[in-house]
Design a protein around this ligand. Structure first.
Ligand SMILES: [Zn+2]
Length: 104
């Protein structure tokens, strides 16, 4: 197990881990709830991390994440849950609803 990166929030960490798993990486989210368990760090300061089962594939996984992040940037509001979705995603990370067709 090796730490791949720290995510700004749990939703993104979960999304990235899901996308990595979909691409064939054994990725998981760690430390996501450390803050609330310890009771000392505010939950929003206990940043979640994405870990890879196979540490030798970290470079490969980072390249993949970079390619996703440099994909055409989108910004749209989910028609199901009104969540603002930013990035190259065609699905709402909150409720999995598909991107509306009018979004660019
Ligand atoms: Zn949604």
């Amino acid at each position: 197990m090796k730490r791949l990166l720290q995510a700004p929030n749990l939703a993104l960490a979960t999304l990235w881990a899901d996308m990595l798993c979909g691409a064939g990486f054994a990725a998981s989210v760690q430390r996501a709830w450390a803050g609330s368990i310890a009771g000392e760090i505010p939950p929003d300061q206990a940043l979640p991390e994405v870990w890879l089962q196979d540490g030798n594939r970290c470079d490969e996984a980072r390249e993949l994440l970079n390619s996703w992040q440099s994909a055409p940037h989108r910004r749209w509001v989910c028609s199901q849950c009104q969540e603002l979705v930013e990035g190259p995603f065609e699905q709402c990370w909150n409720c999995n609803a598909p991107m509306p067709l009018h979004a660019i």
